[in-house]
Design a protein around this ligand. Structure first.
Ligand SMILES: [Zn+2]
Length: 165
């Protein structure tokens, strides 16, 4: 199963819409987004994002870690809430903010940069046969929007695009 992801506002803005589905965010980010990117904010409702609040224990741990590392002075409440949320849910934290990354590292939270996952990264795709499940090499990464991938050489069933784990 794919790990639950806590999404930084930068991810909400720059990631393809389809990659945001199921992401955890804190309510305050909607205000931020309305300010920075109103068009995106309007879309939020339909994106399948999950509004969530960090639990008290996680929040305390994050604040303590941020104080110890000295990062707290440069962190907003949203930043702290997102780190805490990732901690409490054992989620993957998506952020380009080095302070958040630093505190996450201290707390042993797995994190990833926004641009690493978004447009910057080329997903690995594979074509899988809907019949015999044979796998074939995908044409290329940009064909993800295309619907028809032809037929299986082995059994003639339709091929479907699947992201490699
Ligand atoms: Zn087949």
């Amino acid at each position: 199963m794919v790990k639950v992801r806590v999404l930084d506002t930068a991810a909400l803005i720059s990631w393809p819409i389809s990659d945001l589905y199921g992401g955890l965010i804190v309510p305050h980010q909607e205000e931020e987004l309305l300010r920075i990117s109103p068009d995106r904010a309007v879309l939020l409702e339909s994106l399948g994002l999950v509004y969530s609040q960090p639990d008290e224990t996680s929040l305390n741990s994050a604040v303590t870690a941020a104080k110890q590392s000295g990062d707290i002075s440069g962190m907003s409440e949203t930043d702290l809430a997102l780190v805490s949320l990732a901690l409490g849910r054992s989620a993957l934290l998506i952020t380009d903010d080095y302070r958040m990354q630093n505190v996450a590292t201290i707390l042993d939270i797995e994190w990833q940069g926004v641009s690493e996952v978004g447009i910057g990264q080329v997903w690995a795709w594979t074509l899988i046969c809907s019949g015999c499940r044979s796998e074939f090499e995908a044409p290329n990464s940009t064909s993800a929007k295309q619907k028809n991938y032809g037929e299986c050489k082995n059994c003639g069933s339709a091929l479907k695009l699947k992201r490699k784990k």
